[in-house]
Design a protein around this ligand. Structure first.
Ligand SMILES: [Cu+2]
Length: 155
């Protein structure tokens, strides 16, 4: 049996442990979690709401490796504030993906690339807010390849 002094001591340590735990949680929430969740950079309205959409179609027959065209158009030049809202439209009857060859991250829109497949008739869209240049492909049909070059407005 613990004497009442010892059990009081153990009780005290328990309370202190709980207080430290709560303090650490609050510190983590305020110093780490909150800043990350609200850290989206401020982006010009013209870039968030460009005047044009860029549509890239995944055309019929893309699942055939002998067909030359799949992502149409294949090479796209984009200007921020003009047409940087990009929509991949699957007009084929096969599911496809939009997957960058190497990880691409936009500091406003986050990680680029479709999550899972884009079913026939569905779309994947992304708004780029920074200059990027990269190649992408379709995961199940690696011969489907495209290139995006996103630049700042030239005036
Ligand atoms: Cu595909």
């Amino acid at each position: 049996m613990l004497s009442s002094q010892e059990s009081g001591h153990a009780y005290g340590i328990g309370i202190i442990t709980i207080i430290i735990g709560i303090s650490v949680s609050i510190f983590y929430y305020q110093a780490v979690y909150l800043p990350e969740s609200i850290a989206k950079p401020s982006v010009d309205e013209h870039i968030l709401h460009p005047v044009q959409e860029t549509i890239i179609k995944m055309i019929s027959g893309s699942a055939n490796p002998d067909q030359q065209d799949n992502f149409v158009p294949k090479l796209v030049n984009i200007q921020l504030g003009i047409d940087n809202h990009i929509i991949w439209d699957n007009v084929d009857d096969t599911p496809h993906t939009v997957t960058p060859d190497e990880e691409v991250r936009d500091s406003y829109s986050g990680k680029f690339g479709s999550v899972g497949v884009i079913m026939p008739g569905e779309k994947y869209e992304f708004i780029f807010t920074e200059a990027h240049e990269f190649e992408y492909h379709c995961e199940p049909h690696p011969w489907m390849r495209g290139t995006l070059i996103i630049t700042k407005q030239r005036f």
